[in-house]
Ligand binder design. Sequence first.
Ligand code: GNR
Ligand code: NI
Length: 176
Amino acid sequence: MILEILKFPDPFLKTKAVPVEKVDDGIKKIIDDMTETMYKAKGIGLASVQVGVDKRVIVLDVPGDGDGERVQGRNLIALVNPEIVSSEGQTIYEEGCLSVPGITADVERFSRLKVRALDREGRPFEVSAEGLFAIALQHEIDHIDGVLFIDRLSRLKREMIKRKIKKALEAEEKAL
Ligand code: GNR
Ligand code: NI
């Protein structure tokens, strides 16, 4: 089932999601619906909070450097209760977000990290990440803490972006 992706300034995007206690059929359904929604929206990741769910679940499918054409599911990964266990280095990448359409900005993140989580069957696992996968993982973990990439910009840049979005929304209203 395709879910609706909430857009800034929807207040729900500030929700700090709660840990999943048990990876049951309800959580599996959320994972599957989020995966379908991510592919439909052509995103490389999606977090529960973006679709109005307050449980700590994220999905990603980040194309690898040598992958060539994009094949859906090749790098698909679902993480329940993800936790960064170690991180190093720093990198800057021009990020976008399905909840902040039409806006991109350079964001500083860790360049490498190890993340511990539960998989779709509720089994614990650890994954090492670098490159775009590491960036997207941090972007999605931010979402389940109620943090958007624009929250990681300088106050000036953030205020400029907020004003731009507000103006665009007002123009949309007028056109109706
Ligand atoms: O599809 C997405 N692309 C992207 C590009 C750079 C940095 C982060 C991302 S994640 C984004 C999908 C999204 O908004 N996930 O929350
Ligand atoms: Ni996002």
